[in-house]
Design a protein around this ligand. Structure first.
Ligand SMILES: [Zn+2]
Length: 356
């Protein structure tokens, strides 16, 4: 449902300056139909989550062109859910690729048969957050000074103005604040473009990395559709291709194995070691950071009781006192809990084991 921005023009070949402001899906479809005679493309402008199972059932292959882990997790869980062993056509191969700067990967998932996006989640760990105390007390890197300006200085001095990361005046203000702080701590390297990058959380998109990964995805889709050659993810073969141009050039293809405790395609609860003296609140916060969970608004319950509900408000209020309680007061060692998050239609099963 994205629209075309001027900054999109340099790294693609589907859009022209006159298309700025229009829907990407519509312009791309029209361009390809004009270029390749006989191809029919139906564009949709909307969230992938707005379409139901019947919509996804009509396709033979799903090729993702997504830009977030969250959207990938959603389509993955949906396709795993569609599989009905009685209906051969219910199994839709999922071709997915992604890039981050000079790095990229391409993979094919056969839902319920091979390792799925959720099984692979720890391969896409979020970048470690810098503790607020580091920002507030002893910054060590230029990025820390920028985050300080962004999170702390803006709040203190320009509280009434909503930060607009596209407004050059706002970025200049943050840059100058960050620069002054960096000088105070003798940290070199703060620049305007670094400020913009940190604040907007920009990972540079490199056109050639995108082209390599897109080509790999297209080839796999072609091979699945035609059966001309074995494809990535063919049962009992390699299913994951990694590409790295960070340090010279390197590709590696391997078999990423399906996990028995995957919340989407497995059936066992995932064992998680926790400190029983930590509070439920601390556990809830840790779920956002754990590479294998990455849940931001979790609701937690055991088989018998509700530990914490994010909504509705009445239940949130009722379960809120539990946040202050220690885990060992709420659950027993080895007990299973179910965690759900409105962003995904999955129940994550965790088995809590107390640290000895
Ligand atoms: Zn899985």
């Amino acid at each position: 449902m994205d629209t075309i921005d001027v900054s999109n023009l340099n790294r693609q070949f589907l859009f022209r300056a006159s298309d700025v402001g229009k829907y990407k899906a519509e312009v791309a479809a029209a361009f390809v139909e004009k270029r390749v005679k006989g191809v029919k493309i139906t564009p949709y402008c909307g969230k992938i989550q707005d379409k139901d199972d019947d919509y996804y059932m009509q396709f033979n292959i799903v090729v993702c062109g997504l830009d977030s882990v969250e959207a990938r997790r959603w389509i993955n869980a949906t396709l795993v859910g569609l599989v009905d062993p009685e209906i051969v056509d219910s199994l839709k191969p999922l071709v997915d690729g992604g890039t981050e700067g000079f790095k990229g990967q391409a993979k094919v998932i056969l839902p319920t048969i091979t390792s799925c996006i959720e099984c692979q989640l720890d391969m896409h760990a979020p970048r470690a957050a810098v503790p607020l105390c580091t920002l507030a007390t002893i910054p060590r890197q230029p990025q820390h000074c920028i985050e300080w300006a962004h999170i702390i200085a803006w709040e203190e001095e320009r509280k009434d103005i909503t930060l607009d990361t596209d407004d050059p005046e706002h970025i200049t203000w943050l840059y100058q604040k960050a620069l002054a702080r960096a000088q105070e701590f003798n940290i070199p390297g703060v620049t305007y473009s670094m400020t913009q990058g940190v604040v907007k959380n920009i990972i540079p998109a490199i056109a050639s990395t995108n082209a390599i990964v897109a080509a790999a995805c297209c080839n796999e889709a072609f091979k699945i559709a035609t059966g001309t050659n074995p494809f990535l993810g063919n049962p009992e073969s390699n299913n994951y291709m990694m590409y790295s141009g960070d340090d010279s050039i390197y590709t590696y293809t391997f078999e990423h194995q399906k996990k028995d405790d995957c919340p989407v395609c497995g059936n066992l609860a995932k064992e998680v070691e926790v400190d029983g003296n930590r509070t439920l609140q601390e556990f809830v916060e840790s779920l956002a950071e754990r590479p294998e969970a990455q849940l931001k608004k979790p609701t937690i319950r055991t088989e018998e009781k509700s530990l914490y509900y994010q909504s509705p408000p009445s239940l949130e209020k009722q379960t809120r006192p539990n946040l202050k309680k220690k885990l060992n007061e709420l659950v027993s060692d080895g007990e299973e809990i179910a965690v759900s998050d409105p962003a995904f239609q999955i129940d994550f099963k965790f088995k809590l084991v107390f640290k000895k």
